[in-house]
Design a protein around this ligand. Structure first.
Ligand code: HEC
Length: 145
């Protein structure tokens, strides 16, 4: 009995000592400024977006467009998504800087757009989301390690 308890203790200690997955960190360049981002935090922060967006390429559009390859594709380019006239006129090209500006205050960045979302106030959280979306959508940032 004593032996079993001891080995259980050993197993528990080992599990705590070795983290299951190492969090990847990235520098997201906003303007000319590198902002430290964390992919796991980004995954969790994206829960606010999930009701309206799928991320992996080829998944279906929900209330919002699928975000597959959003950093590389043509402006307003999610196949089969009916963008608002405001979005079609703005033809936003996404890179970390423009995405950061959009996510801070969507209605200010593209007035009249249909993304009903107040915005993400914290710069660090926006960087986390941008790094994670880039990776999941198929265009990972080269600054992740
Ligand atoms: C209530 C639904 C909703 C939520 C929540 C939401 N979005 Fe959106 N999003 C939209 C809609 C709708 C559009 C298209 C806007 C238009 O056509 O005017 C959009 C557009 C976008 C685009 C531009 C896509 C393209 O094809 O150019 C990105 C990027 C984006 N959203 C990211 C996010 C992120 C990241 C979050 C969470 C922080 C989020 N959205 C939260 C509905 C939503």
């Amino acid at each position: 009995m004593k032996f079993i308890r001891l080995s259980l203790l050993a197993v528990t200690t080992l599990a705590v000592a070795v983290p299951a997955v190492a969090n990847a960190a990235c520098d997201v360049t906003i303007g000319n400024r590198p902002v430290a981002a964390d992919l796991e935090r980004g995954r969790r922060a994206f829960l606010k977006c999930r009701a309206c967006h799928t991320v992996k390429e080829g998944e279906r559009n929900l209330v919002g467009p699928n975000l597959g390859k959003v950093l590389e594709r043509a402006p307003a380019g999610a196949a089969g998504f009916n963008y608002s006239p405001a979005f079609q006129a703005a033809r936003p090209r996404w890179n970390p800087t423009s995405l950061d500006n959009f996510l801070r205050a969507p209605s200010r960045a593209i007035p009249g757009n249909r993304m009903v979302f107040a915005g993400v106030a914290k710069a660090e959280e926006r960087a986390d989301i941008i790094a994670w979306v880039a990776k999941e959508s198929g265009s990972p940032l080269r600054t992740c390690r």
